[in-house]
Design a protein around this ligand. Structure first.
Ligand code: TXA
Ligand code: MG
Length: 337
């Protein structure tokens, strides 16, 4: 099967394209679509066979549950057995938007979506194309990021095709996504509330609404995964990537001296030109701008035929948590978890 790519206006998608994509979803097929964070690979969340196709396409372990996307708060209610006041407050403040809430699941949700667990993750995406697709299909959509498991998430349609060509029947191409990193995942079933995955919404923004939340602990290889997306190696480019210490530039130069072609990603422009084997890329020093560009840059670098990528330490602070998290996982060795 080949993937039909349909170009749509990001703010005003063609209704005919949506009708076609919605048909595919109602038949149990897969549709890749843009959200405000990254592109997702969507299926009817209420159809276990359709959801199984997502796992097969991604090579995703059955133990890693999926986020269910819905059009509004009323649709989210149907998927959960309890909708606490905190969920209402957070949804009113952040939806549509890059916040995923983990809540007790309802019987409507097939176990394959939740990896057999008692909770379900839900969010209302803020992209006009995602919302229009949800409304056209009239279905909740299970949708992970549209990439092979543990790989780099896609922020453009070309990234989706690079790893999942032929798996989705339709790809709605609305150009680059604006957010560039995944949603923040917050577990409201745990006490204190747990930040399972840092994302585009910083923890402080959530705490302003619901009080203190627990940040993810530093990962230990032996720790059983609460949120399987927290597995150590994830979000990784194919080119080996290492996070630099304070002497990142020297680290990159040392690799060049070994004869390697090195991509050096830094937040501070360098005064002097480096050796020929060193290719320097400047990352934005503001967290939202950096998030928006990080995956796209890593995709580009993956195609540049470099031997190694060295990334400087990002600035500290809550706003940078998601960037730190993704870089740490992208640099984890590809050993068994
Ligand atoms: O921004 C996003 O969230 C994107 C777009 C497409 O919406 N989606 C996304 O999905 O990043 P995925 O599957 O790549 O990551 C979902 C994360 C994983 O870390 C998964 O383990 C966690 O959410 N998750 C899903 N359901 C869960 C549940 N019931 N309990 C705990 N964690 C859950
Ligand atoms: Mg993912």
């Amino acid at each position: 099967m080949s993937t039909t790519v349909i170009h749509v206006d990001p703010s005003d998608p063609d209704p005919q394209a949506l009708v076609l994509a919605a048909e595919v979803l109602r038949r149990g097929g897969l549709v890749a679509f843009p959200t405000e964070t990254v592109y997702g690979l969507g299926a009817n969340a209420l159809d276990a066979a359709a959801v199984a196709r997502i796992f097969a396409a991604k090579g995703r372990p059955a133990s890693n549950p999926l986020i269910v996307h819905v059009a509004d708060i009323a649709e989210a209610h149907k998927l959960v057995s309890h909708w606490p006041r905190e969920a209402q407050l957070l949804a009113e403040r952040f939806w549509p938007g890059p916040l995923t809430l983990v809540l007790p699941g309802s019987d409507l949700v097939p176990p394959i979506v939740t990896a057999g667990g008692p909770t379900v993750a839900v969010r209302v995406p803020a992209h006009p194309v995602a919302l229009a697709l949800l409304r056209a299909a009239g279905l909740p959509l299970a949708a992970p990021s549209a990439n092979r498991s543990t790989g780099l998430s896609p922020t453009q349609a070309s990234h989706v095709l690079r790893s999942l060509q032929g798996f989705a029947e339709v790809l709605l191409d609305a150009g680059p996504t604006s957010g560039g990193l995944e949603s923040t995942v917050l577990d409201l079933t745990a006490r204190p509330y747990q930040l399972l995955r840092p994302g585009l919404i910083a923890p402080g923004e959530l705490e302003a609404v619901v009080g203190p939340i627990q940040r993810p602990e530093a990962d230990r290889a032996t720790e059983p995964a609460r949120s399987p997306g927290r597995q150590r190696r994830h979000y990784a480019p194919q080119t080996p990537l290492e996070c630099a210490g304070d002497d990142g530039y020297q680290q990159a130069l040392a690799l060049c001296r070994q004869g390697l072609r090195v991509g050096w990603l830094t937040f501070t422009p360098s005064q002097k030109p480096g050796p020929r084997q060193l290719v320097t890329y400047l990352l934005p020093d503001k967290p939202k701008a950096c998030a928006a560009q990080l995956y796209a840059l890593l995709h580009t670098l993956d195609l540049a035929g470099l031997d190694r990528l060295v990334v400087a330490v990002p600035p500290q602070g809550d706003e940078w948590l998601a960037v730190h998290d993704r870089l740490r996982r992208a640099s984890a060795p590809p050993t068994p978890e």
